[in-house]
Write a new protein. Structure first.
Length: 462
């Protein structure tokens, strides 16, 4: 995705439309004829006369049920992307509750969720491109309302929002990325009233589509990695790292802290890839090889992509999620791909990528045969155990297509999109997903943001 004046960055995101691999450790052969199970050890759901397998694999439940592992692409924790509690149930079959949300036709992009006002339920923050951000306040039953006075009316070209406790006062603040605008931090008073805090990267000349949150230098405070794109801009879309000032804002890391790299980067996540106790950074690039930036344990990062990334891997990546998808105790990566732009329209799509972690200082394997063969335009991802079987499943937001659900069956992803409500069958442009137990039944629910249309709220059947 070379950004040129003639083609712009993405025909998907800036037009009216919307914004094989290495051998695996196991033999996998996903089949479109399989339907995902509802819960392990129970009778499977039936779709089109086909009964889901329920005994293909027995996986013990994790010690902390329902943990959402997704790094930059999950909600509930600004550091690891893990929702610490509240899940443990769910069948993976969803009903439409979109009418529980305030009506909207704004250009909703990213979303994140958590308890923003300290009342014990999960609220939702939405990044709006070309308008003020919207906070959806939960009444505890999964019905949401707006409180316009709770957030400033600042108009932003916002692309994503992340929860972060920037001042370590015990509540979630909000930080927004934006194209050709500063990244903006808004501080929470603990009761859900936000005030402007500070601007990061005030002279931003690039497309900033996402932010990764993690402790880059081991001081115990969250830092911010800005995912930049814009090869035709003066900065060439160089990614940026901002470190906490250990008060309530951030300062740019010294030159050389992260290696210079001219790529169109669209997403990133902090993870400890070599299990040395310090956070590394994986960067997903559009049209070029991903980057794996390894921390020297002192907060300086070295490009070790040649060590960890398959040498032939080059995708048109748009998003990244992380989690232990095969239950072997290490962190795997799942990459969302969109495909190259075409001469006459937006990208046509590309199969997504599962990178299997083979252990410290080992190269990831591209598990091409474990991934459904949908060649669609995927934008964002969440990894979450939707059916309480102890395995992380994949939820994908799509552009110009139906939203996707892939159930993990023993290390093979099976398309279970039919388990989403019928309203999802029509193609739409969903730029964000957030996961939370919105109605208090201990099952993970899904909220998709859509450009110019009412968001989807899909509730999981417990």
């Amino acid at each position: 995705m070379r950004i040129r004046t003639s083609t712009l960055i993405f025909s998907l995101a800036l037009t009216a439309v919307a914004l094989s691999g290495c051998s695996s450790k196991k033999s996998r052969s996903p089949s479109a004829s399989l339907v995902a199970p509802t819960t392990s050890g129970t009778t499977g759901a039936t779709t089109s006369g086909t009964t889901a397998p329920t005994t293909s694999v027995v996986v013990p439940k994790p010690a902390t049920p329902g943990v959402v592992l997704g790094g930059n692409t999950s909600s509930g924790s600004a550091t690891s992307g893990a929702t610490a509690s509240g899940f443990g149930k769910g069948t993976g079959q969803f009903t439409d509750a979109s009418n529980n949300l305030p009506a909207s036709t704004s250009n909703d992009y990213g979303a994140d969720s958590g308890d923003l006002d300290g009342d014990g339920d999960i609220d939702v923050a939405i990044a709006v491109n070309g308008g003020p951000a919207r906070i959806l306040w939960n009444d505890g039953t999964g019905v949401f309302t707006l409180r316009p006075a709770s957030f400033p009316t600042t108009v932003m070209a916002a692309t994503s929002v992340r929860l972060i406790d920037a001042d370590q006062d015990g509540d979630f603040d909000l930080i927004f990325s934006a194209n050709f605008e500063p990244t903006r931090l808004f501080l929470n008073d603990g009761a859900g009233n936000f005030t402007f805090g500070s601007e990061l990267n005030p002279t931003n000349d690039a497309y900033t589509y996402n932010l990764a949150i993690g402790d880059a230098n081991g001081d115990g405070w969250n830092d911010v990695f800005m995912v930049q794109a814009g090869l035709n801009t003066p900065s060439q879309g160089q990614n940026k790292l901002y470190l906490s000032d250990m008060v309530n804002s951030f300062v740019e890391a010294p030159a050389g802290t992260i290696p210079a790299a001219a790529n169109d980067s669209l997403d990133a996540t902090f993870l400890d890839v070599n299990q040395d106790g310090s956070m590394d950074i994986f960067v997903a690039n559009f049209g070029s090889r991903p980057l794996l930036l390894v921390n020297n344990t002192l907060g300086t990062f070295v490009n070790q992509s040649d060590v960890y990334i398959p040498p032939t891997l080059s995708t048109f990546a748009t998003g990244i999620a992380q989690g232990d998808m095969d239950g072997d105790g290490d962190v795997d990566l799942f990459v969302a791909n969109e495909g190259p732009a075409t001469a006459s329209g937006p990208p046509a799509g590309q199969v997504n990528t599962w990178l299997d972690n083979n252990g410290p200082n080992q190269r990831f394997s591209n598990l091409a045969n474990a991934v459904p063969s949908d060649s669609e335009a995927t934008w964002r991802l969440r990894l979450v155990d939707v059916n309480a079987d102890g395995q992380l499943d994949v939820v994908a937001s799509q552009l110009r297509a139906s939203q996707r659900l892939y159930i993990n069956q023993g290390g093979t992803l099976i398309d279970a999109t039919s388990f989403l409500p019928p309203v999802n069958q029509a193609a739409s442009n969903c730029f964000g997903i957030t996961v939370g137990d919105f109605n208090g039944d201990q099952a993970p629910d899904l909220l998709f943001t859509r450009r110019g249309a009412q968001p989807f709220l899909f509730l999981n059947t417990p």
